[in-house]
Design a protein around this ligand. Structure first.
Ligand code: ATR
Length: 492
């Protein structure tokens, strides 16, 4: 279920938000501590206002969160007790009240129960994932009818693994008959737990209207429902995703999720922030993740974890796609066919080509060009690396491959194709050009593999000189299409 947290400072404003998201939220949470102090005294009227403003309103949680638990309530504990008691006294009462584990004046909890209000018993850990998380959740509630809630802060892939293990230990993971527990990870590492709540077994997930994030990692309800199809995620959903560090700006979720939707496939594709591949891949086993796009800086680190890698991985020393076959991981590098796709129709055989860069991305591209019979010169800031890449990769083909210093580009004649494979010019350093001294003749085809921005400073300069240009977004799309075929088990 999806809970929309109302974060406005005035009740009227929150009511407007509630009406706006009426069809999207299953539950609303009024954060009384986020209201202006002057509104505290009328907070008890909110359940009634909600019922008067719409037919069958969503259920309501009321929360008065203290600063120590990540909230904004600055009053005394007795003020807080009075505020909560006033909610129980009103003619219309909320369905749930969130109370921290150490807050339980007996009289008050009895009064709440007598009014039919269910208590959500919560704890927050903003410093990590407690080692005894499972035990703490199991001992959180005082009575059967209370709902335990824990929000913890995984700040590494190892902590993410601890959190995933807790869902399993609590018998919540992919279990359609689980009990009501709310367990969520905060922060960027926790985002997948918020999206996967129905699969992991968290009774609800929290979201807040765009720009008003009530807790670290809260998602926008439209993104959850439209991009991630939160309403369709269940215990049977197949999980795919992209791993990287950073990963938040990856375009891959926007590419794969709509395609899974078009195919009617019960699958979701998520961004996973990963600082260390080994613990993450252990989580991937527990979650039974079916496929992963791999991005910077993990393309090399995943290789030892893969049972079978193809030639694209061996040649480039990099793997950008992991997919399951017979339970085991297979690895490929779709950047290579993705790179070649926009060059279709161009005769590369015997063409003089220049590759700028000698890193993992460049190696895959050099290998692809050799495979097409092109003559390749590798230009790199560190020429020894260019020569090493040339030497190693020339053994794989029958054409000439040489390595030179970056400043030599153009010295031996004008290449037919120049491929830019370094990170120079990538967002945010968009004014940088890897070869500012090189004069384009206009006859070169110029290809930059960077796609943020779509037109780099280097590409803009080539375009101005009359060169035919190929931007990184066409390579991105082509490699992602290849990935989707592998993920979906059918041609895209
Ligand atoms: P990737 O796997 O993405 O290719 P990499 O292996 O770190 O990343 O390689 C980065 C490439 O960009 C290298 O060729 C690097 O040149 P060096 O080998 O001399 O380090 C190149 N590169 C990075 N920053 C550069 C810069 N400011 N100017 C020129 N080349 C640069």
């Amino acid at each position: 279920m999806l809970c929309l947290t109302l974060t406005g400072s005035a009740l009227r404003e929150n009511l407007k938000t509630a009406v706006k998201y009426r069809d999207k939220a299953d539950i609303l949470e009024l954060r009384i501590d986020l209201l202006n102090r002057s509104e505290y005294d009328s907070a008890h009227s909110f359940p009634g206002l909600l019922r008067n403003s719409m037919k069958n309103p969503p259920r309501l949680i009321c929360t008065v969160r203290r600063e120590t638990d990540g909230g904004k309530f600055r009053g005394t504990e007795s003020e807080r007790v009075r505020l909560i008691a006033s909610l129980a006294d009103a003619p219309a009462v909320p369905d749930y009240i969130d109370m921290e584990e150490d807050f339980s004046p007996d009289d008050l909890t009895r009064t709440l129960r007598n009014k039919g209000i269910t208590i959500i018993r919560s704890f927050h850990d903003f410093t990590g994932v407690p080692i005894d998380l499972t035990r703490r959740i199991n001992s959180l509630t005082r009575r059967e009818d209370e709902i335990p809630k824990a929000a913890v802060m995984p700040e590494s892939s190892a902590a993410f693994l601890d959190l995933i293990k807790a869902y399993r230990e609590l018998g919540l993971l992919r279990n359609p008959r689980r009990r009501k527990v709310i367990l969520l990870g905060m922060g960027e590492y926790g985002i997948p737990t918020r999206i996967l709540a129905p699969l992991l077994g968290s009774w609800i997930t929290f979201c807040s209207p765009p720009g008003t994030e009530a807790a670290p990692g809260h998602a926008d309800p439209d993104l959850l429902l439209d991009l991630y199809r939160y309403g369709s995620i269940n215990t049977e959903t197949d999980i795919f995703g992209v791993i990287g560090y950073p990963v938040a700006h990856s375009r891959s979720p926007h590419f794969h999720n709509p395609r899974f939707r078009e195919r009617g496939r019960n699958a979701v594709y998520l961004p996973f922030l990963v600082d260390s591949v080994t613990p993450f891949l252990e989580s991937a086993e527990i979650l039974n993740i079916q496929g992963l796009s791999v991005t910077i800086p993990h393309k090399k680190a995943v290789i030892p974890h893969i049972s079978a890698c193809d030639d694209t991985v061996r040649a480039s020393g990099a793997c950008n796609t992991m997919y399951r076959s017979g339970g085991a991981w297979r690895g490929t590098n779709t950047d290579i066919p993705g790179f070649l796709a926009p060059l279709e129709g161009i005769t590369l055989k015997n063409m003089d080509t220049a590759v700028i860069g000698a890193g993992g991305a460049a190696r895959g591209i050099i290998w692809a060009l050799i495979g097409k019979g092109a003559k390749v010169t590798v230009y790199n800031r560190t020429p020894e690396k260019a020569r090493k890449a040339a030497e190693e990769l020339s053994a794989l083909g029958s054409t000439e491959v040489t390595g030179r210093h970056l400043d030599d580009l153009g010295a031996g004649g004008t290449p037919g194709l120049i491929v830019q494979c370094t990170s120079v010019g990538m967002h945010p350093r968009i004014s940088e050009d890897p070869v500012p001294g090189y004069r384009f003749r206009g006859s070169e085809i110029v290809y930059d593999i960077i796609y943020t921005p779509v037109k780099t400073a280097f590409i803009k300069r080539a375009e101005k000189s009359g060169c035919r240009i190929i931007t990184g977004d066409s390579m991105f799309t082509a490699q992602a299409e290849q990935q989707f075929s592998l993920f979906s088990g059918s041609p895209s």
